[in-house]
Write a protein that binds this ligand. Structure first.
Ligand SMILES: *Cc1c(COP(=O)(O)O)cnc(C)c1O
Length: 446
């Protein structure tokens, strides 16, 4: 699609709609001339050059990429109106769109009933899941794996509940025997399982953990902020089907459309299987202007103001690239194939080693060396050398503990407590055709 054409169309649609309400005088206090604007705008574009090229497949570092052009046009068109999805009156059209996209997400995971909404981020979405968990089990703690996102332990502190870190197996998945030992103490009310860890994309054994829910009466929350859309590839390309099928039975799910859903930042989502939990959000605010009997999004959300534009952007994107195997699934499959291909190349390499087999599209690897201290030093050097080279590559480092390193590479010398390895998130489908080049660059740099 021609972005310039549709950005112009976005402005036109706003002008037409605004004019239908008649002329009015704009206030001089807000007037900015084009001359003044030009100077400041030039500064902005200059300053924005201080960024890494997230859009380019030579950027193979953190979880970053620009939104789809459809999301950009959807966001900007709507932002010109600036609806607030806090209440139906704040943005009737975008509140309906939010319901529709949340329904699509719920269907993608196989939820037959749901209550949910978009959030500003995965952090807030997870906070809401733990807030509801605390309301149901006020005196009990929360268990999450040692490789879960740090937000869970932080939010347990915020909520004043006990957080328990559970060890992982050598593939980075929660150790269910260790979990069960913890559940036997009776101190845990909710288990957080991660479907796609932020570090290396490991998927906790959700299917096997479900049995523990009945036995110990715990809630199961699935944090699929990063990995959620990979449910579209369950059972394919080496992605296990069992955990994804089990997600439909989880009590709550978090997914971030601003990670793998082609959206700009400001778009997470929380889904609850039982709509009854809406009662924990009840408030009686004198500020809100609820005018209908329908449930307002602001009545089932901890956040108040939220961008209607985020809902519109996701709605427009899903109309074009729906969350189905043949829609968004195609884009994710390309990134997954890129990770498989790169893992094969690294496996055959003399100078690089695979940290562990990738489950999703995140590859962890390190320069071949005898000790963890050497791995750390060379990884850091490659990261810097890659960024400053004439033909640059942009990677990220990932800190691992000596135990985690030894669990995967028992023959190496873990001579320090922890160190950095290299990590590449291949979340752009374009990575698939670039991975041989990336690998050649890496070999040259090592
Ligand atoms: C990214 C991520 C989060 C935090 O989400 P934000 O959108 O960055 O706030 C939480 N959990 C997992 C597994 C994540 O990947």
């Amino acid at each position: 699609m021609d972005l310039q054409r549709w950005l112009a169309a976005a402005l036109d649609s706003n002008v037409d709609w605004s004019r239908s309400f008649g002329q009015y005088a704009r206030h001089p206090s807000l007037e900015v001339t084009d001359d003044r604007f030009a100077g400041v705008f030039a500064q902005l574009t200059e300053r924005l050059k201080d960024n890494y090229p997230f859009f380019h497949p030579r950027y193979a570092g953190q979880m970053l990429k620009p939104p789809h052009p459809a999301a950009v046009v959807g966001y900007l068109t709507t932002m010109l109106i600036n609806p607030n999805n806090h209440a139906l009156d704040g943005g009737p059209a975008t509140a309906t769109m939010e319901r529709e996209v949340v329904q699509q997400l719920a269907e993608m995971f196989g939820y037959e009933t749901h209550l949910g909404h978009l959030t500003t981020s995965g952090t807030i979405a997870n906070l809401e899941a733990l807030f509801v968990a605390r309301s149901l089990h006020p005196s009990l703690g929360v268990a999450y794996s040692a490789e879960a996102h740090y937000t869970h332990s932080r939010m347990c502190t915020v909520l004043g509940i006990e957080g328990h870190s559970v060890p992982v197996d050598p593939a980075g998945r929660m150790d269910l025997d260790a979990l069960e030992d913890l559940l036997r103490t009776g101190r845990v009310g909710t288990v957080v399982l991660t479907a796609g860890t932020t570090g290396l994309g490991a998927i906790d054994p959700i299917d096997e953990a479900l049995g523990l829910r009945e036995k110990y009466g715990v809630r199961i929350h699935v944090d699929a902020a990063y990995g959620g859309f990979f449910t579209l590839l369950a059972g394919e390309l080496g992605i296990p089907a069992g955990p994804w099928q089990a997600v439909a039975a989880a009590d709550s799910i978090v997914i971030d459309p601003h990670k793998h859903g082609l959206q700009p930042y400001g778009c997470g989502a929380i889904l609850f299987r039982d709509p009854e939990v809406g009662k924990f959000y009840l408030h009686d605010s004198p500020y809100t202007y609820f005018t209908s009997d329908e449930l307002h999004l602001g009545e089932i959300s901890l956040e108040c103001s939220r961008a209607g534009a985020a809902a519109a952007a996701l709605w427009l994107t899903f109309q074009l690239i729906p969350p189905t195997r043949d829609g968004l699934g195609e884009a994710l499959a390309a990134g997954r194939r890129a990770a498989i291909r790169w893992a094969e190349l690294i496996d055959k390499s003399e100078v690089l080693e695979l940290y562990q087999n990738p489950t999703l599209d995140i590859v962890g690897y390190f320069p071949a060396a005898r000790s963890l201290s050497a791995v750390d030093a060379v990884s850091a050097r490659i990261l810097d050398a890659g960024m400053t080279a004439d033909d640059p590559v942009f990677l990220s480092t990932f800190r691992v503990s000596a135990e985690a390193f030894l669990a995967r590479h028992p023959d190496l010398d873990a001579d320090v407590k922890g160190g950095r390895i290299l990590r590449s998130v291949l979340m752009k489908p374009e990575s698939e055709d670039y991975v041989d080049q990336l690998h050649a660059r890496l070999e040259a740099l090592t």
